[in-house]
Ligand binder design. Structure first.
Ligand code: BEZ
Ligand code: FE
Length: 289
């Protein structure tokens, strides 16, 4: 007969895995580690029963916040730095390839396909700063990659993504561009401004419990994809933005910070950003994993 104690409960639970049915090796690995870390956590903080019930209530309320527009658990994972960690574990950088960072909740599939150099702006704001964004996409050897599909999206100068703002046209500030024979991409957009992640409901409770603000630095989102290469989900940050040092979701990496320079006379925009990407060949990516 089992006799559970503080000392043996962790080994008892781990030892019970697979006792009454099949368990995969991966599930055994994950569940063993989960139980070990959870038990160690409870012991380290001497978790009390009312706190356990509070955590259950918090998670239940987080579940109720989820709908087709808001995935509260991803948001909680972002605030705790879990999503950025999992992204780095999934897309380990081992060479010259560009760094990834989190996707965020505001991506929309199938943005309008636009010709090189076109603008994603469908609605103008008084305080907007126009920007010409361009660069090259290359492989690790420096050869240009043509035909790379590049999805971009950003918030408007009012800090809102179009799908969260009834006053913006559908797909405003979103577009899909393709690199030319030289691996070159270019588009016109506006300077992305800092904005707060949703900070009501349980995400807000967690931010306040951590003593954090909800703000993110200005950034342009990118997804680059082409057959034969590992897809890259990333963001390019405005090097002069506020909150680069305390992004509420820990997504900033030095290699993804770009200078938004005043544009030269040859351009019709206020600002000019040059940012190159390096993609990893799929075969190389798979061999490294
Ligand atoms: C974003 O960059 O769009 C984002 C990322 C994490 C949480 C909220 C927003
Ligand atoms: Fe964003």
């Amino acid at each position: 007969m089992r006799n559970v104690t503080i000392e043996n409960v962790t080994d008892l639970v781990i030892g019970s895995l697979g006792e009454n049915g099949e368990i995969t090796d991966r599930n055994r690995q994950i569940l063993s580690a989960l139980v070990r870390h959870l038990h160690d956590f409870c012991k380290e903080v001497n978790l009390q029963h009312h706190e356990f019930l509070g955590a259950c209530d918090f998670l239940a309320r987080a579940g109720h916040v989820c709908d087709d527009k808001r995935q509260e658990f991803i948001l909680l994972g972002d605030i705790l730095g879990v999503e950025v960690l999992v992204d780095m574990l999934t897309n380990r950088v081992g060479g010259a390839e560009s760094e990834s960072t989190i996707l965020g909740p505001f991506y929309r599939e199938n943005p309008p396909v636009l010709p090189k150099g076109a603008s994603t702006v469908q609605k103008h704001f008084d305080d907007e700063e126009s920007v010409y964004f361009e660069g090259h996409v290359r492989d690790a050897d420096g050869s240009p990659i043509s035909g790379v599909i590049i999805d971009v999206w950003e918030d408007a100068p009012n800090g809102l993504y179009e799908n969260h703002d009834p006053d913006q046209p559908d797909y405003n500030l979103r577009g899909r561009f393709i690199t030319d024979d030289n691996g070159h991409y270019a588009f016109r957009a506006v300077r992305p401004v800092p904005y707060p992640i949703p900070d009501n409901e349980t995400a807000g409770e967690l931010l306040r419990a951590m003593g954090h603000h909800p703000n993110r630095p200005g950034h342009m989102h990118f997804i680059l994809s082409r057959e034969g290469f590992r897809p890259l989900v990333s963001q390019v940050f405005d090097g002069s933005s506020a909150w680069l040092d305390d992004d509420s979701v820990f997504a900033v990496k030095q290699s993804l910070v770009a200078e938004f320079k005043p544009a030269g006379d040859d351009l019709d925009t206020d600002l000019h950003v040059e940012f190159d990407f390096t993609l990893k060949r799929e075969a190389v990516a798979m061999a490294a994993e």
